[in-house]
Ligand binder design. Structure first.
Ligand SMILES: Cc1cc2nc3c(=O)[nH]c(=O)nc-3n(C[C@H](O)[C@H](O)[C@H](O)COP(=O)(O)O)c2cc1C
Length: 98
């Protein structure tokens, strides 16, 4: 979806696909929830390599393994159009408050 090859993504930080329209508080919520509850679900606007964008309904999960290591997984679905339409003004308002 982001327009990168796997080789271009391996080793890169996840924020390579961070879209500038996304408010910081959304990612604060993601990291807070993933640390305290172990999961987070939300609507994210992501940046494509060609500077386009795509919306995802993401469920991010944290797993702690028996050796103490931690891994993350994110399952992405096509979001409902109505939900995206409600996020656009909300995210714009949160962004303008930064
Ligand atoms: C499992 C998981 C999935 C994530 N998915 C995205 C994503 O789709 N888009 C995104 O911009 N950040 C995602 N993030 C958050 C990024 O790691 C990062 O916090 C965010 O892009 C904001 O960048 P910053 O922390 O440098 O401000 C995800 C994090 C985790 C743990």
């Amino acid at each position: 979806m982001a327009g990168y090859t796997i080789d271009e993504l391996i080793g890169q930080p996840h924020n390579i696909i961070r879209h500038p329209d996304m408010p910081r508080i959304a990612f604060k919520g993601l990291w807070d929830d993933i640390q305290t509850k172990g999961f987070w679900t939300g609507i994210v606007k992501n940046l494509r390599k060609d500077r386009g964008f795509y919306w995802v309904h993401a469920t991010a999960l944290r797993r702690t393994h028996s050796d103490g290591s931690v891994t993350y997984l994110s399952v992405r679905r096509v979001p409902d159009r109505a939900v995206v339409d409600s996020c656009i003004p909300l995210y714009a308002e949160l962004k303008s408050a930064e």
